[in-house]
Write a protein that binds this ligand. Structure first.
Ligand SMILES: [Zn+2]
Length: 248
């Protein structure tokens, strides 16, 4: 399984919202130590879940379980309890390699470069509760609505809206951290379609060739990354009776 299959941001999980700063920011610095850590983790994540298992890798398992957690709005504590139970039933001594806790799963994702920052937002999108001015505010400075779902709750408050932010550079760097994904990153230079008139990758298209002509220095390095924007099924003119398909 490719790591980029995991690059999703979990939707709102009101019961178990990570607070701002819970998940560490990914660093742009790519040290040898982190490379090694990544390689080790990559190898361990791609191990079989148990000897002879050909259905999922450990990483698939972790991704699927995180998906269930988010979809079912399970709290950390019930999730961990479940894992503890699984650990006893499918124990390491019997060859099973289940992750021990939600913390371990999160740590794995962070090291792999799938961490993100949660930033609380005004429910009407007027401001973000970040920076020295807004970080500790309970009400939006523009529309004065509460930041929290229930302002009177004495325990951990649940924000009304959360923005997930991740910097794209570490994610792109991640794709070059493993030989498996590096090969795919430069496929456009090695796997061009040889049949005239056919397009099997954006590299065969006019937009790509246009960039090649305009920026030859950029084009001659196949490791350079080009970002494209594609969307499907959204409605640009607000007419709900007509679903549009928009490309690029
Ligand atoms: Zn507001």
């Amino acid at each position: 399984m490719l790591l980029n299959d995991l690059s999703y941001i979990p939707p709102n999980n009101e019961h178990d919202e990570p607070t701002q700063g819970d998940i560490s920011k990914t660093s742009n610095e790519l040290t040898q130590a982190t490379c090694n850590e990544f390689e080790e983790l990559y190898a361990s994540a791609n191990e079989k879940l148990y000897p002879g298992c050909d259905y999922v890798t450990r990483l698939d398992f972790m991704a699927k379980f995180t998906y269930f957690k988010v979809k079912g709005k399970l709290t950390d504590s019930i999730f961990n309890e479940m894992f503890e139970f699984f650990q006893n039933v499918f124990s390491i001594s019997k060859g099973y390699k289940l992750p021990p806790s939600y913390y371990t799963i999160n740590k794995t994702f962070k090291t792999i470069g799938l961490g993100y920052e949660s930033i609380h937002a005004c429910e009407h999108d007027y401001c973000l509760f970040r920076g020295d001015d807004n970080k500790y505010l309970d009400f939006c400075p523009v529309c004065n609505t509460s930041r929290w779902k229930d302002s009177n709750t004495p325990w951990k408050k649940v924000p009304k809206k959360v923005l997930r932010y991740f910097s794209i550079i570490p994610r792109l760097q991640r794709l070059y951290k493993s030989s498996h994904t590096t090969k795919e990153m430069i496929w456009h230079a090695t796997g061009k379609c040889m049949e005239p008139g056919k397009m099997q990758h954006p590299v065969d298209g006019r937009a790509w060739k246009n960039i090649d002509t305009k920026y030859p220095d950029f084009a001659k390095e196949p490791r350079n990354v080009r970002l494209g924007l594609a969307a499907d099924g959204f409605n640009p003119f607000g007419n709900l009776s007509q679903a549009s398909a928009c490309g690029r």
